[in-house]
Unconditional design. Structure first.
Length: 697
């Protein structure tokens, strides 16, 4: 309790340090989305500076989220020279609300040429400023949005804030129709569960692939994987517990509501989850969580891997994005209450989400598309690339009733029967869980499980906010015009239940049958980032984003370009890293080992002509022939990678070539590389193995 939020310029600090009028005005902006009064900037800046300096800060930075998906910061000290050769500590209102970093070295997707370097950061007062500790110093971090000289969003925050505005506007229209006159803002809320791996730093440093790409590009499977199911929720190892403890303390200081921690399914894999909060803050906090974990891990001689698929053969990592909508007076619009069949407002909002997810499944799929996630989605791993919704027994029953034209009941959870007298008896939830669903209703929120472990959660939430806003606007258009509100509402609910039945699925989402079934239902199954991105080219996508003022055409085009660019660069780096490891580590190890074998054969034979050297001979033959095959595949990969890099066609063709040709050549090479690993003397193998990395923590 004492440390929570101590490094945050939060409401308590603001209330204590700001003049009443300035505080009130700022609260209005934060709570009701009213425009920021520039007149208060100087006062707030001064209070912020005093607070930060008292805590020991020397620098401030506009902290922003460029389209790299991670955060950026450029530090300036508070010092300002005086005429007598000394300094004073200064921080003006202008420095608080506006910054101008050189924008030329951030991805812009062609929005601007590099010589037009100007970009602006603008203070986002809806997310609190905080102090970041690093290397013994403290820096005041001011969350900001980042846009180009011409006003286009060059970051992940601006569209998120715009999408929250759009959702609020449309949700309020619906609430008003239900007679709500008190709520003035609706915000989406998010709790993001974060999965990650930890590896010993000594192993990490010896793996060029982990260092350069975040995932292993070679590596034979360890004799043990996750099949014993002994890691999930297992007792924490002391070293891991110490890491988690320090992460929690740092996060609590930063006002992050770090709550849950546990071992995940794969060996060496873990999860952290904070309590939910406003989407904008949850997005900032998720960045802080990722950053903090990486830094604290190093202090424990560990490395935190956020890649979606660091190790083949065991589970990859994702984020579960729990999402709901809440009014500023605190009511959760996705809370069904005791009797959801009588709660028409709830049914309206849930129906809107269902329709939105079905109508815009491809956009939602795209929102989780980054190269690393291609290893999970649609690659026989959780979750599938097909979007479907799990509603659970209670809501499924209600939607069936809706289709049939009436609502009569809500199923309630029975008593839990354990068969043991001494155990407490209690009422179960009205619905079981389904772990395989990419989009599941979990009591009073939806859980979107496709999100990639390393990506910013901004994109997925922009899409959720936007598509739900769109459907709410369609509902509101009809309801506002209706002469009989109740009749029109029932009609809308029945239509939604009937027309969007196909998106509901409560079976096993990992099964091959589901892939077939989904195809019959006409649900899209897009397995790669490259193809998922094509939806950004559609006019209907541009219309949707422009209608709700979330992104304009230029901004959408730039996102497409960036997706292609990032895909191309990522696969290219991975291919080059493989080539490097193959040439400088694996082939030399293979040659060394075969020479050892040959020497052994010669030595033994010359000592005793009758001695049996069949083991050495068979090993030598196997190693030599695998080495030759490995070299041939390496030649292919080198050639293909060069061809890919030389391509001058459209970005899409080049990216598709990397996916179809280079990526395939990489997998071919890996097969032989992993085979060599199983043959060669362990002492000669030039890098840590899966057994070491996954099990020796
Ligand atoms: P799981 O059972 O899926 O592992 P966890 O308890 O680890 O669930 O995480 C659930 C997450 O959902 C938490 O971050 C929690 O705060 C969040 N959550 C709960 N209610 C809401 C809500 N109304 N809106 C958004 N997120 C919510
Ligand atoms: Mg979950």
């Amino acid at each position: 309790m004492d440390i929570f939020g101590e490094n945050v310029f939060n409401d308590t600090v603001m209330k204590a340090r700001l003049p009443k009028a300035a505080y009130k005005s700022l609260r209005k902006t934060i709570e009701e989305g009213l425009p920021l009064d520039p007149g208060i900037a100087d006062v707030v800046a001064n209070a912020m500076k005093d607070w930060a300096i008292e805590k020991g800060a020397t620098h401030f930075t506009h902290w922003f989220q460029p389209l790299t998906g991670i955060t950026a910061e450029k530090h300036d000290s508070f010092i300002s020279p005086t005429s007598d050769g000394r300094v004073v500590m200064e921080f003006s209102g202008k420095e608080l609300i506006q910054g101008e970093p050189d924008a030329s070295s951030f991805p812009s997707g062609g929005i601007r040429a590099t010589f037009e370097a100007r970009g602006y950061t603008a203070w986002d007062c809806t997310s609190p400023a905080f102090l970041k500790e690093d290397g013994g110093g403290l820096t005041l971090c001011i969350p900001t949005a980042f846009c180009s000289y011409t006003g286009e969003a060059l970051d992940k925050k601006t569209p998120l804030l715009r999408s929250m505005q759009a959702l609020s506007k449309q949700a309020l229209r619906i609430l008003k129709l239900f007679g709500n006159t008190t709520s003035t803002q609706v915000t989406s809320t998010v709790g993001a569960e974060q999965e990650y791996f930890l590896v010993d730093k000594n192993f990490f440093d010896k793996r060029l692939d982990l260092v350069l790409t975040g995932r292993t590009l070679f590596g034979a499977m360890a004799p043990k994987g996750q099949e014993l199911e002994d890691h999930y929720f297992g007792s924490l190892k002391t070293r891991v517990a110490a890491f988690m403890r320090e992460v929690n303390v740092e996060l609590w200081k930063l006002g992050v509501l770090s709550k849950t921690q546990h071992n995940e399914v794969a060996p060496g894999q873990f999860e952290i989850a904070p309590l939910f909060t406003t989407t904008n803050i949850a997005t900032d906090h998720n960045q802080i969580i990722m950053d903090t974990m990486k830094k604290i891990a190093l202090k424990h001689d560990l490395v935190c891997l956020l890649h979606e698929k660091p190790f083949a053969g065991v589970n990859g990592s994702g984020k579960h994005n729990n999402w709901s909508m809440s009014t500023n007076d605190g009511s959760n619009l996705l809370d069904p209450g005791k009797n959801p069949h009588e709660n028409y407002q709830f049914l309206t909002f849930v129906s809107a989400v269902i329709k939105a997810v079905d109508d815009y499944a491809e956009l939602l799929r795209l929102s989780a598309a980054i190269p690393g996630n291609d290893h999970r989605l649609g690659a026989n791993e959780a979750p599938p690339a097909i979007i479907s919704i799990f509603l659970g027994d209670q809501l499924t029953d209600i939607f069936n009733q809706l289709q049939n034209g009436g609502l009569k009941r809500s199923l309630q959870g029975d008593k839990l029967l354990s068969g043991v007298e001494t155990l407490p008896s209690f009422r179960k939830d009205s619905t079981d869980r389904n772990r395989t669903s990419p989009f599941a209703f979990t009591g009073n929120k939806f859980e979107f499980r496709m999100v990639a472990s390393s990506q910013s959660i901004s994109g997925p939430n922009v899409v959720l906010n936007l598509i739900v806003a769109e459907v709410l606007s369609q509902f509101a258009d009809r309801l506002e015009k209706a002469s009989d509100f109740n009749a029109e509402l029932k009609q809308i609910l029945r239509e939604t239940a009937t027309n969007h039945k196909r998106i509901l699925f409560d079976g096993n989402g990992y099964s091959d049958e589901w892939v077939e079934e989904a195809k019959r239902r006409g649900l899209p199954n897009i397995t790669s980032t490259v193809d998922a991105s094509l939806i950004l080219k559609r006019q209907s996508t541009i219309d949707l984003y422009e209608k709700h003022k979330v992104l304009n055409k230029t901004e959408i085009e730039s996102r497409f370009e960036i997706n292609m660019e990032q895909y191309i660069k990522q696969i290219n780096i991975e291919a080059l890293t493989m080539i490097d490891m193959a040439k400088h580590q694996i082939i030399p190890a293979g040659v060394k080992y075969s020479t050892q074998l040959a020497n052994s054969i010669n030595a033994i034979k010359s000592a005793s002509a009758a001695a049996d050297v069949s083991v050495q001979e068979s090993l030598l033959n196997n190693v030599s022939s695998t080495l030759a095959s490995f070299q041939a595949k390496l030649n292919v990969l080198e050639k293909r990678t060069q061809e890919a890099a030389d391509k001058t066609e459209e970005a899409y063709e080049q990216a598709a070539f990397y996916r179809d040709v280079v990526f395939k050549a990489m997998n071919d090479l890996r097969q032989d590389g992993d085979l060599l690993e199983t043959m060669i003397d362990g002492d000669l193998w030039p890098m840590p193995t899966y057994s070491q990395m996954l099990f020796m923590l």
